[in-house]
Design a protein around this ligand. Structure first.
Ligand code: DGL
Length: 203
């Protein structure tokens, strides 16, 4: 998993990296951060009182992002990782302008990896991320000849937060969401929400 930033590193390298998501999804990003940068410490915030973000308006997502990043800066983080595709898709550029700390997002690195991996890319994501069209635009920016199909999966996040991963109902929901992507004969699938790796094998 990669990250994107337009900033140079800040001086206090011992300060923690702030990581946030609507809930447990960002822990999939934290796990990868710990694997790739084991010397770093992290401050994690899961906004479980207000999830799912995927059903929220861009204005709400911006308000939540501002509150969380402001609080993280008060805690002395050296940078913030938006471990939330919905926030990254909707408000990353805005908060990058507002806060004097590097803020990293997920859409561009995921799009780069997808465009390099396949020709027929399926993206599963929250309703807000799909509505933003951020993944399609970012993938086509890397390779305009890639074909992209996006499917909103609003039932996934509540099921994952309730730890209903092994239920038959969850498998049926997944089959329904994936059906149009299988029909389109995709060769690459993007988990366009940080919660979704919990649905995959090995998590
Ligand atoms: N895990 C977040 C994302 O990557 C938010 C999911 C949600 O709360 O709807 O989009």
């Amino acid at each position: 998993m990669g990250i994107d930033s337009g900033f140079t590193p800040v001086p206090d390298r011992h300060a923690p990296i702030g990581i946030f998501d609507s809930g447990v999804g960002g822990l999939t990003v934290l796990r990868e951060l710990e694997r790739q940068l084991p010397q770093e410490s992290a401050l994690y915030f899961g906004d479980t009182a207000r999830l799912p973000y995927g059903d929220r308006t861009p204005e709400e997502i911006l308000t939540f992002g501002r509150e969380i990043i402001g609080w993280m800066m008060d805690q002395g983080v050296k940078m913030v990782l938006m471990a939330c595709n919905t926030s990254s898709a909707l408000v990353l550029a805005q908060v990058q302008q507002e806060f004097a700390v590097p803020i990293l997002g997920l859409i561009c690195p995921g799009a780069r990896a997808a465009a390099q991996a396949g020709r027929r890319v399926g993206v599963i994501a929250t309703a807000a991320t799909v509505a933003s069209d951020a993944y399609r635009q970012a993938i086509l920016e890397v390779d305009p000849s890639t074909q992209v199909w996006q499917v909103a999966c609003p039932e996934f996040v509540p099921l994952i937060e309730q730890n209903r991963l092994q239920e038959r109902h969850t498998r049926e929901v997944a089959a329904r969401y994936l059906q149009p992507l299988l029909a389109a004969e995709i060769d690459t699938l993007v988990y366009g929400c940080t919660h979704y790796p919990y649905l995959g094998a090995g998590f």
